[in-house]
Design a protein around this ligand. Sequence first.
Ligand code: HEM
Length: 450
Amino acid sequence: MGFSRWYNRNLNRVWGFVEDRTAMRRWALRPQPEFSFKPSYWTGAFVINAFLYQVVSGALLLLYYEPSTATNATYLACGQTAGALASAPAAWCSTYYIIHSVPMGELLLSTHLYGAYAMIFLMFVHFYRGYYLGVYKAPREFSWMVGTLLMLLTLGMGFTGYLLPYTQISVNATNVGIVLAIRLPTVGPLLAPFILSDGTSQGLLSRMFDAHVLLIPLGLAALLYAHIALFESHGIAPPATSDPLQRRRFTDREGKGQVPFMPQILLYIGKWGLLYTGVLFGIAALWPWNLPTYEGNLAVTPGVTEPDWYFLWLFKMVDFYGVTPVLAVGISTVLIVFVLFLPFLDRSKRTHPRDRPLFIWLGTSMLGFFVVMTVWGGETPGVQILPMLVAETLGPIFLVNAVAIGLFHWRYVRSYRRRLAARTGTLPGVYARPTAAPAAVAAAEARSRD
Ligand code: HEM
């Protein structure tokens, strides 16, 4: 008997035993169709991989980090060099200690920081994939809305974590962010006492720390549970299509014939998780994070106040002449409400981007706006911008998009879509479509043509 036959037979026996004794098939996540074995179908799972790494690395950092602004730090790292670092706050000192005295501490801290960037970046990829492919359409409206709340909480993790090393730049940027947060209509004044605590810097650091290590992670875990439960009940969204009658959900019984979650899908996702961790460690080892100077260091003139990259767009908006913090917060609120209720705004039954020109224009313009504002914020932080320059820089994004998408759509409607509509019976679709009378097909076509 060849080695591989022997290996597979024993692996099956061991796996069969584990499955039987744990009754895994009853509680493991649902099987998935073969077509989903592509990375683009698992962008959310990649975010979970990143989140899990953040939980593990964050728990290790907690062993050493001290959330205190007291300047009589007891950490040897600060105490020994009494001259230069004696007045450094304990939060900064403990971070300094992690980097310089804890074995592999620098790697641990750097991977936690870069891991946060990666999680936020992957989350945006997951969001935009869902946006372009219309996965938010029925029956996945609530998956989308819970996802939007997950996005806000993930950004909240970034915001609260930024203050923790207590560097000059992180304290200044957090103060700007807090001014923006408490200007939120209705919610802002309610949130203010919870964020600011007793108004002292220690009070603020304690609140940010509590939020970062306990409150927001609990919220994330609860929402993630809901997100996955919804995913379980609907199954994975089929590929986008122009077919208005495409089935968007398959039943559990259909699912049984597909690829089981354990061990195939778990191993598939695990493989990507390992690759992710390897790349993260590689980058952190090659370019470890440099700790900026501490808050209260009078020997160093404060640099420009700058948040992490994912909030640069918002900071830049406040630099625009005439844009007050209230207005900037108002614009962000409109964006959030738009994303939250998107499934109820985009009512057409077709999911393919070529059939949704208005929403593709909005999404692409939003993406262009974020990218340009982020680069602009990074290049000229704190520099006031006159309205004319704002119009000259941002206007073309909306205009060029409108023209390009308008042209594509016009061409599509004239040729391709007419041909597709003429042979509705062979429109692309993954699951067997219900047999519909020609009149029903025509009615659905007409309904979705708006
Ligand atoms: C912390 C952030 C998030 C995590 C960890 C997460 C996780 C996941 C996971 C594991 C899935 C299963 C399919 C897949 O792996 O892609 C999923 C699906 C989904 N997510 Fe998220 N998600 C997050 C944020 C978001 C956001 C911001 C949105 C949109 C606003 C969103 C909307 C959806 C939708 C609509 C589905 C169903 C897609 C399908 O069936 O293909 N998620 N998410």
